[in-house]
Design a protein around this ligand. Sequence first.
Ligand SMILES: Cc1cc2nc3c(=O)[nH]c(=O)nc-3n(C[C@H](O)[C@H](O)[C@H](O)COP(=O)(O)O)c2cc1C
Length: 201
Amino acid sequence: MIIDPSQNDPRNTYQLLVGSVVPRPIAWVSTIASDGTLNVAPFSFFMGVTANPPTLAISTGLKRGVKKDTLLNVEQSGELVVNIVVEELGEQMNTTSGDFPPNVDEFQVAGLTPVPSKRVRPPRVAESPINIECVLKQVVYVGNEGSQSGLIIAEAVLWHIRDDLLTPQNTIDVAKLHAIGRLSGNWYTRTQDLYEITRPT
Ligand SMILES: Cc1cc2nc3c(=O)[nH]c(=O)nc-3n(C[C@H](O)[C@H](O)[C@H](O)COP(=O)(O)O)c2cc1C
């Protein structure tokens, strides 16, 4: 089968994209609106970009033709926290993806605990074992008129890591972390079936 996206309905192409780029890590992004309302939402179009300075990218699409609250808040405040989603937080993460108006605090809706961050105003999610405080570097708009995504490029300025997850070698114990990844539709993957491939010298 060969599919040319230029001949395809964009909704079908979206299905090709989310079914091909798997598994995707999930950035559970906390932000704060100009009126102080807290916001949390998951984004799996998410990646690390570079380590020096540590930089992350998150792509936010449109909701009914308008920017999502996360992008609006990030553009207005210049700050965000990326919280890592682990197995026991899957349901709460999913709850925060609901279509809530801007004045609704998803921390409250999902029963999450906001804890003050140290370098940025948006709070972090206490229940998440890794929180990355970030400041906005740039928003790059990608896509055709009417369906533009805002790619948030942000610098990580402070990491919070649950003590038991950091190894003596300063690595994160991913076997202990139990992060989940997004597949397509409502499917997710666990990160328990680990195996090693040694890099060539
Ligand atoms: C696991 C998961 C991953 C998601 N990834 C994205 C994404 O990468 N980009 C996006 O625009 N929406 C994504 N969504 C949908 C948003 O979370 C959803 O539109 C949410 O309501 C946005 O909230 P906000 O308006 O408060 O920013 C995802 C939803 C789920 C459940």
